[in-house]
Design a protein around this ligand. Structure first.
Ligand code: ATP
Ligand code: MG
Length: 661
């Protein structure tokens, strides 16, 4: 390997000294060197301006200038080459001065030996090498800092840092401009940063973030700023502790980003979502109120037509009465659907966990359809898998509703053939039972392209459905909701002209076996004459029509009814008289059903019988209402329009209990 040539520069006015230096250099270990020699300061400076050397040997005594002076000039000229100084007197003082001015070594001329020269050149080279390296590092560092500065300066972000006293230690021009724009002042290094932020409003949040960062936390907050023209913008600031070499927090670096656009979009989305929710809520509240209001007169129509049907009517009248009753029942189904649907839409549905007998439930449902099917000449096939446990835990009301919807569709859309309900066990786990309900018909079917949309609300497969069959197209929407809200599945399979199958899969818990009445008991009950032997009952109900209907029914069972128009009147009557039972409407002026109940139950009010059985008359059968009624101290409830069997059974149950008590 070729040894790199070492370049030596000798500044020496004395010829003899120069020669002895040269001789010593020749004998030194360096084979490949270049020696340049000059005799005075101006010449030396001029040469150094042109050429570069690895090591300079400098005589202290030069004509017209001393070595110290020259040394300083050389450095001023920007030459960093290591300089060794030669002295003739061996004056220590001079040597110290020269070292202070930047020489790296010195030696008396008497000691110019090959060994010394080698030693000095070697350390000079080492020094030069480390100097160059240092220079390279510095250069790289500077480049890095420049690059970083370019980034910091060109970014849209606001960047600044503060010390522990929250005084600015740096900021980028974007930050400066923003502060200027917002507050018409300039941030200054060394001044309090928080002060700037406080100019428009109390920014305790920002102050708190500074404090957290000073404790070592990294945090992010979003703040709103309003510029003088009133336009507000949002900035997201991240606060980052600056950690010094000892690992202590020495300040905080803050990075802020304009997130006005993002924020605005988010706000807009939120706003439109809220708006949609408000509209949906208003809609469902309207529907819910409407249907609720309509139920009251419906109560009267249905109750009275039931009573009329029992009178001695001519055939023609009977026919008409049946039609009235049929239409009224239908109308009630629609109203109930709408009420249900709005409840579901507004998320007000709760599901019960009740122990129930699935076999009798299916049997009950079958009974509901016998008449309809016979009328249309349809076969009715109900099958339930014997492997299914008799008692399950779930919501029997909702199951009822689901199956009634599917079956009434099946009957409605089938002209001839059979409507079936097939109940099968899918699988059984330790506590749970998976059951499948299939509603199969041989009716008109649903076209392929409508299969998906029939589950949507107010959607029917053919445009003339309402005209031909009635209905609102809500049944399946409700059904699907009721199924999926219980984590069940609903699917359908249909072929136009052949028939339709709806399949519902639901999970139930296994229930507990309950005592069941024997068939004899049931028959005895049916044959029983409904006679309460003149028992007196207080009916609290504000609607005159409802009063009238209920009185007719109750009197039929030999009950002496007294009516109160509202809770207040009821309470007054209960102070003076004894009754076997109270039938209590819920919504009433002056004092509603809940308030009246609370008053009656409160023993300090000293009514004749604070424990008197109270049966609520409610227009809706939602679990929430049922629960509320019982929670507020009533004993039971019947839904309006009054179902005679239900009302009879409940009066019997509670009145007898109270007599026994
Ligand atoms: P509603 O149930 O609200 O009284 P509807 O019965 O018309 O009215 P859905 O029960 O939601 O409404 O049914 C939606 C549509 O799906 C029906 O209008 C009908 O076109 C179609 N459909 C549902 N069940 C059947 C079936 N078993 N056979 C044929 N078509 C059906
Ligand atoms: Mg329907």
């Amino acid at each position: 390997m070729q040894e790199t040539r070492i370049r030596i520069f000798l500044v020496e006015d004395d010829e003899i000294d120069a020669m002895s230096f040269e001789r010593a250099l020749k004998k030194s270990g360096f084979g490949n060197y270049l020696l340049k020699h000059c005799k005075n300061a101006p010449e030396a400076l001029e040469t150094l301006g042109r050429e570069e050397f690895d090591c300079i040997f400098l005589d202290y005594q030069l004509p017209g200038s001393d070595g110290l002076e020259l040394l300083k000039r050389i450095r001023v000229q920007g030459v960093n080459t290591p300089i060794a100084v030669m002295t003739s007197q061996g004056d220590e003082k001079i040597a110290v001065e020269m070292m202070k001015a930047g020489a790296f070594d010195y030696f008396p001329k008497a000691e110019v030996t090959p060994e010394n020269i080698t030693k000095i050149i070697r350390s000079g080279l080492r020094l030069k090498e480390s100097e160059t390296q240092k220079a390279r590092f510095e250069q790289a560092l500077k480049e890095n800092i420049d690059r970083l500065n370019t980034i910091v300066e060109s970014t849209n972000a606001l960047i600044f840092s503060v010390d522990k006293g929250l005084r600015y230690t740096s900021f980028n021009s974007r930050f400066k401009k923003t502060i200027q724009k917002l507050y018409n002042i300039e941030p200054e290094i060394g001044l309090q940063a928080v002060y700037d932020f406080y100019l428009d409003k109390d920014r305790k949040a920002i102050y708190d973030e500074f404090k957290k960062a000073l404790e070592g936390e990294h945090t992010v907050i979003t703040e709103e700023f309003g510029d003088p023209s009133g336009v507000s913008s949002y900035y997201e600031f991240s606060f980052n502790p600056i950690i010094d070499d000892e690992g202590n927090v020495s300040g905080v670096a803050v990075y802020g980003q304009d997130c006005t656009k993002r924020n605005k979009e988010q706000l807009e989305i939120l706003e439109s979502k809220l708006e949609a929710e408000r509209t949906a809520k208003a809609k469902s509240e309207f529907l819910s109120n409407m249907s609720h209001e309509i139920r009251t007169p419906m109560n009267a129509i249905i109750g009275l037509s039931e009573l009329l049907l029992k009178e001695n009517l001519t055939e023609k009248q009977l026919e008409n009465m049946k039609s009235i009753k049929f239409s009224a029942d239908n109308l009630l189904v629609i109203i109930n659907d709408i009420l249900d649907f709005s409840k579901i839409e507004s998320g007000k549905v709760e599901f019960e966990s009740l122990n129930f007998d699935i076999f009798s439930k299916v049997h009950e449902i079958r009974k509901t359809f016998i008449f309809k099917a016979e009328e249309k000449g349809l076969g009715l096939k109900f099958e339930i898998d014997e492997k299914i446990p008799q008692f399950l835990v779930g919501d029997p009301y909702r199951l009822n509703q689901i199956l009634l919807n599917l079956l009434s569709n099946a009957v409605k859309f089938t002209k001839e053939g059979t409507v079936s309900l097939l109940v099968n066990l899918i699988s059984e786990e330790e506590d749970n039972i998976h059951v499948e309900f299939k509603v199969v018909d041989t009716g008109i079917g649903i076209p392929k392209d409508k299969l998906a949309s029939v589950f949507e609300s107010y959607t029917q497969a053919y445009t003339d459905i309402t005209r031909r069959f009635g209905g609102t197209g809500l049944g399946l929407a409700i059904t699907r909701q009721l199924v999926t809200m219980q984590n069940g599945e609903i699917s359908l399979d249909s072929e136009p002209g052949v028939g339709t199958t709806f399949t519902v899969k639901l999970k139930f818990k296994k229930g507990e076996i309950e005592g069941v009445g024997t068939p004899e008991d049931m028959i005895a009950e049916l044959l029983e004459k409904r006679d309460f032997g003149g028992m007196s009952v207080l009916l609290v109900e504000d609607n005159v029509m409802n009063q009238f209907v209920a009185c007719q029914v109750l009197e039929l069972w030999n009950i002496k009814v007294e009516c109160a128009d509202n809770g207040l009147e009821a309470v007054k009557l209960l102070e003076k008289k004894d009754y076997a039972i109270v039938l209590m409407d819920l919504q009433m002026p002056a004092m509603n059903g809940y308030e009246a109940t609370a008053f009656i139950r409160d023993k300090t009010n000293k009514l004749r019988n604070p424990d008197i059985p109270i049966i609520a008359l409610t227009a809706d059968a939602f679990p929430e209402t049922r629960k509320k009624v019982l929670d507020e101290g009533m004993n039971d409830f019947v839904t309006k329009p009054l179902e005679q069997n239900d009302l009879y059974a409940k009066i019997k149950q509670h009145a007898l209990k109270s007599v026994k008590a």
